[in-house]
Design a protein around this ligand. Structure first.
Ligand code: HEC
Length: 258
């Protein structure tokens, strides 16, 4: 009996396996050692051949294809579009002309000066601290007229002279020190503003409120210029009264008497 070489047997088994899709039982019986090789080759070649063509699907209408294939609006562009009207409204709002703002006014300026320069010693609401209280009308009693108080704030304790009395003699205030003079640090406008603020706002004097409004008008119309400083060395009640009177205040006579 002619012996068929093992490699030829194997090839024929493989060929049969490829056509039938099954390894031959006999061959597997006859050559168990070759069976594993056949099984291997079977694993490589799938038993059911893949269909060459994909399963035909229903044809897509061109308008549907166009709808699915066209580029979508990107998310960022969509959100930008949604925000556009909000931006437009805000933008138009910024175009409106701001209301005409004249000078803030003596009392408003005085409020700022008080907060920055006086509140540390006299209290944020004039309740007092290292310096005397400015609320409850105390300051109106010490100084029956604004002019005297303006001179005091311009000169301070040292300007008046320690041991000297200041304000209404009947009240009997004596300078003991600690109050700085503000004539050099503040313009006449700021200094008069803060004094009228103390009297009108912190001590509720209607008279000083009216005076501040009259002076605002005079400053606004150019009648009164308070850009200079009150010299702390030389300032007098008469000099200050002249400034206050130039506001053509209806109650001028009260300026000197209180
Ligand atoms: C460093 C603390 C200090 C600061 C700042 C200060 N003061 Fe005074 N003030 C005093 C002291 C202390 C006295 C009392 C002075 C004395 O007896 O010599 C006083 C007294 C006064 C008085 C007299 C009150 C009274 O009833 O006798 C007035 C008005 C006054 N200050 C206004 C002001 C104004 C306006 C400012 C800000 C522009 C100011 N002070 C800032 C400490 C201060």
């Amino acid at each position: 009996m002619t012996e068929i070489p093992e490699h030829l047997l194997k090839r024929s088994r493989e060929a049969r396996a490829n056509t039938t899709g099954e390894p031959t039982k006999k061959a597997a019986d006859n050559a168990p050692e070759a069976a594993s090789a056949a099984a291997q080759s079977e694993a490589k070649v799938p038993s059911t051949p893949e269909p060459l063509e994909p399963t035909p699907t229903a044809p897509v209408a061109p308008y549907n294809a166009a709808a699915t294939n066209r580029k979508k609006v990107p998310w960022w562009a969509a959100s930008a579009l949604i925000l556009l009207p909000i931006w437009a409204i805000t933008y138009v709002g910024t175009l409106e002309r701001p209301p005409e703002t004249g000078p803030a006014g003596l009392l408003a300026d005085g409020d700022h000066v008080y907060e920055a320069r006086c509140a540390a010693c006299h209290g944020a609401a004039g309740e007092g601290g290292s310096g005397p209280a400015m609320n409850n009308g105390v300051v109106l009693v010490t100084f029956p007229t604004p002019a005297e108080q303006i001179v005091w704030v311009a000169s301070g304790s040292a300007g008046v002279g320690l041991g000297n009395s200041y304000g209404d003699e009947a009240v009997g205030r004596v300078a003991v020190g600690g109050m700085p003079g503000f004539g050099a640090a503040l313009t006449a406008e700021e200094l008069i503003g803060v004094v009228l603020y103390e009297r009108a706002n912190l001590s509720h004097s209607e008279f000083d409120k009216g005076l501040a409004e009259a002076m605002d008008e005079a400053i606004h119309s150019g009648e009164l210029d308070l850009k200079d400083h009150l010299d702390p060395e030389t300032v007098t009640v008469e000099e200050v009264l002249d400034l206050l009177r130039s506001a053509s205040f209806g109650e001028d006579d009260q300026l000197a008497t209180g």
